[in-house]
Write a protein that binds this ligand. Structure first.
Ligand code: GSH
Length: 263
């Protein structure tokens, strides 16, 4: 018999933002049901708690569920009113409580939910309110970085100087903080692994996909920003590599980090 899930996630797949929750679930014991499809296919899906691929004749701009993609998706998406009630920003990954009554959006919040759910005793989200708040501080810093990285990667083939400079500044700011934190504790928020470390690995890992656009960057007279990560921020680099090799991480990351060490 399938175990009852603690959380349901709808998204394009694979998605490092979904891996955050799946990695946390490896430690917390949460059961997570993931539903979705390749990024290019998500326009064929009905975005809903009961998400499903729509038949071709149901995919037209006159559908009451037809909405214009707003961030990362161009063209029409099919989002139900129920989906938008649960997910007012209309983004994926989109998580739901098992009965679909509560929508949880923002991958760091879905990550928190995965850490809280599940039967295993763990310190993923700290052992008291102050520790949890410190972990939140890292998650907030990570989101600010990840948002900048999202804008950068979405326009990596035709970057403005402002866009590039903003990314460079966000990278320098975030990684300097991470490097400083790792000079104090074994993990970001202290001596235990927490969801701050999970978010860090997934967000920086996603940003470092810029290496696949080296040619496009060089054509525009730019260099990959994270190309010297291992020299500039050695503690951060080693922390990321070390964690991504742990079984709970590598099970989901697969070969996503391949090529990082050759930069
Ligand atoms: N900061 C958010 C980012 C989520 C996001 O921006 N998702 C985009 C795809 S990358 C989306 O769902 N866009 C929907 C649309 O274009 O309407 C998170 O971490 O979950």
């Amino acid at each position: 018999m399938m175990k009852e899930s603690n959380l349901k996630i709808f998204s394009y797949l694979p998605n490092p933002r979904v891996w955050k929750a799946l990695i946390a679930a490896e430690f917390s014991g949460a059961e997570i049901e993931v539903v979705g499809d390749k990024p290019k296919n998500l326009g064929k899906w009905l975005w809903d708690f009961n998400a499903e691929e729509l038949p071709e004749n149901a995919r037209n701009d006159d559908s009451p569920n037809a909405r214009k993609g707003r961030r990362g998706f161009s063209g029409t998406l099919f989002k139900t009113d129920g989906f938008l009630k649960a997910h007012p920003f209309g983004t994926v990954p989109a998580a739901f409580s098992p009965d679909g009554a509560i929508g949880i959006f923002e991958s760091n919040s879905i990550l928190r939910a995965a850490a809280r759910a599940g039967a295993s005793k763990n310190s993923l989200y700290g052992d008291n309110g102050f520790q949890a708040s410190r972990i939140d501080s890292f998650l907030d810093a990570s989101l600010v970085f990840a948002r900048e990285a999202q804008v950068y990667l979405l326009s990596v083939e035709s970057l403005s100087q402002e866009n590039y400079d903003r990314m460079q500044a966000a990278y320098e700011f975030y990684l300097s903080g991470i490097e400083a934190a790792l000079g104090v504790g074994k993990y970001l928020a202290g001596d235990e692994l927490t969801i701050a470390d999970i978010s860090f690995v997934c967000d920086v890992g996603q940003f470092l996909r810029e290496r696949f656009f080296r040619e496009a960057l060089e054509k525009q007279d730019y260099q990959p920003i994270g190309g010297s990560l291992s020299q500039e921020f050695p503690k951060s680099f080693h922390h990321m590599i070390h964690l991504s090799e742990r079984a709970e991480f590598s099970k989901h990351l697969g070969n996503y980090m391949d090529g990082l060490t050759v930069n």
